[in-house]
Ligand binder design. Structure first.
Ligand code: NAD
Length: 513
């Protein structure tokens, strides 16, 4: 580990793996199976103390003008720039994505910080025509409070940045519970933000520590996660992860009438029509299905391919898959790193076995592609293509999101049939169509087209830009974060009516007294 990396993860909670006890989480490198470091699990008492501190500092943070909060976010974004390479390496090391993607994730954090800085001068409300004379009606946005951020292992830094950079300019403070698989990246990002907050004189609260704007808590679901979602001191819980987790969070937060922003699993498909540019199809599908070893919420899991081109597409993909270099994500030339852990490998194996038992044909990878790495340290697998027999109903295994590089290929005859199969699954995150026909594209983007939160034309399902609102429908949870007007989720809307007349007219013309 380089000195900068060691510096980035320096923290009272972190120790050598050899010093770990039952009270520690060990962070493993999925590429080697080796432990990187150990992190002490925090307790419910420590969680409560963090919420109290973040709540206390909120009282003053909310009164700092938004552009000043933006100035601090600008400095944090610049600090991410300074540490881009080592942070990208740490993401690669801890969650196994290739270095280009690890750095890409840090770039996403920089981008959203820039976006938030601009936003800090644009938290616009409305003026509304009042029905009463000499009255003024406005709608304004107020900070919400301390928000809870729960994040998944596969975007260990970007999801936090999407939430925290926006929440910070909106005047909120936050408490972040990262995935317990990726605690080190969370510590590193928080260290960078805290370094900025410690060395500034823009926000010097009378009570509390500026660092508590960006609170972090590392702990288990039992000690931290569950208390967090039930905690009435947190008006908003932004949770990213599996649909299973989201259902639990939605239920508990809804039970206390809190707000939740849910970013859950996907089951993303590409429709390929007879007039598609097949070279673009292969490139878009390869990145979507194999990139991040199929461990993106937006990964391409299903291809709905017109019968006139399906064989060509399959041949092209088989050829492209052969060139995928599988190996250590930090090494040059690697295109696919490992899965996150052994459980993920076993989940992939059981999905492939189920697909076979449901009548599908394994075209490459498969169980053999898992066995090939049985004696290699690390959680490596081969990306797998599964062909579903034409005319068969959708196999049950396809309806679930297996977080691994498995691509199911279906043969379709018409766009109607493709749209029906496309929308048949419970998840509704990302979708795409490849076509050169305006009519096909228009229909795909129409109300009777894709039912997902993201719908692309001649671009794969994966790799969204931060400028748009990100999120999905149905079991994906309905939340939106990142760009567009997603910031509104982090604020409370207030309708204000001022009377500058000497009269007291009532709305609806009511006479009273
Ligand atoms: P996961 O659901 O296992 O865990 C996600 C987070 O939720 C972790 O921090 C975990 O500790 C926490 N958690 C779990 N149960 C909880 C509870 N009862 N109370 C509070 N917190 C709880 O997900 P994962 O395996 O880390 O990530 C992969 C999943 O995340 C996939 O389904 C993927 O599609 C999804 N994901 C979605 C998006 C999106 O924006 N839609 C982005 C990234 C990942």
């Amino acid at each position: 580990m380089t000195t900068t990396l060691t510096h980035l993860i320096q923290h009272p909670l972190v120790c050598e793996p050899s010093e770990a006890t039952d009270d520690h989480i060990i962070s493993y490198n999925p590429a080697t199976g080796e432990p990187i470091a150990a992190v002490r699990k925090q307790t419910t008492e420590e969680y409560n103390a963090q919420v109290e501190r973040s709540n206390a500092v909120f009282k003053e943070w909310r009164m700092l003008p938004a552009p000043k909060r933006g100035e601090l976010v600008r400095r944090i974004g610049n600090a991410f720039r300074e540490y881009e390479q080592p942070l990208g390496e740490l993401v690669s090391m801890e969650c196994g994505k290739i270095l280009a993607e690890g750095i890409g994730e840090v770039v996403e954090c920089i981008d959203i910080a820039d976006f938030a800085v601009g936003l800090s001068r644009q938290l616009y409300g409305l003026t509304i025509a009042s029905e009463r004379p000499r009255h003024q009606m406005i709608e304004q946005w107020q900070p919400l409070g301390t928000i809870g951020i729960i994040s998944a292992f596969n975007f260990p830094v970007a999801v936090w940045a999407w939430n925290s950079m926006l929440a910070a300019v909106c005047g909120d403070t936050m408490v972040w519970k990262p995935s317990d698989i990726t605690p080190l990246t969370a510590i590193a990002m928080t260290n960078v933000a805290h370094e900025v907050m410690r060395n500034q004189d823009i926000f010097t609260p009378e009570h509390g520590d500026p660092c508590d704007v960006f609170g972090l808590i590392i702990g288990t679901v039992e000690a931290v996660g569950e208390p967090m979602i039930a905690d009435r001191r947190l008006p908003l819980i932004s949770a990213t992860g599996s649909c299973r987790m989201g259902k639990r969070v939605g239920e508990v937060v809804g039970g206390r009438l809190g707000r939740s922003l849910l970013e859950l699993g996907g089951n993303n498909a590409i429709i390929i029509m007879e007039d598609a540019d097949l070279d673009m199809v292969i490139r878009g599908t390869l990145f979507g299905a194999v990139g991040t070893a199929g461990q993106r919420c937006t990964s391409t899991r299903r291809l709905l391919c017109h019968e006139s081109v399906v064989d060509k597409v399959v041949d092209g993909l088989l050829n492209a898959y052969k060139q995928v270099n599988i190996g250590n994500p930090l090494e040059d030339g690697t295109l696919m790193g490992p899965l996150i852990n052994e459980v993920a490998v076993e989940n992939m194996r059981s999905s492939i076995e189920q697909a076979t038992s449901e009548g599908c044909e394994i075209l490459c990878g498969g169980v053999e592609g898992i066995e090939r790495f049985a004696d290699t340290p690390g959680n490596y697998v081969e990306p797998t293509i599964v062909r579903v027999p034409k005319g068969a109903s959708m196999p049950e295994v396809v309806k679930e999101e297996t977080f691994a590089p498995i691509l199911y290929v279906f043969t379709i005859e018409t766009l109607d049939e493709a749209l029906e199969m496309h929308n048949e699954v419970d998840q509704g995150l990302s979708s795409a169509i490849f076509t050169n026909s305006m009519r096909n594209a228009g229909r795909f983007l129409s109300p009777e087209g894709s039912d997902c939160g993201i719908a692309n034309v001649n671009i794969g399902t994966s790799g969204a830009e931060i400028g748009g609102a990100f999120g999905g429908e149905k079991d994906t949870g309905g939340g939106r974060e990142s760009g567009s007007d997603s910031w509104k989720a982090y604020m409370r809307r207030q309708t204000c009516t001022s009377n500058w007349s000497a009269d007291m007219p009532l709305a609806q013309g009511i006479e009273f007294g």
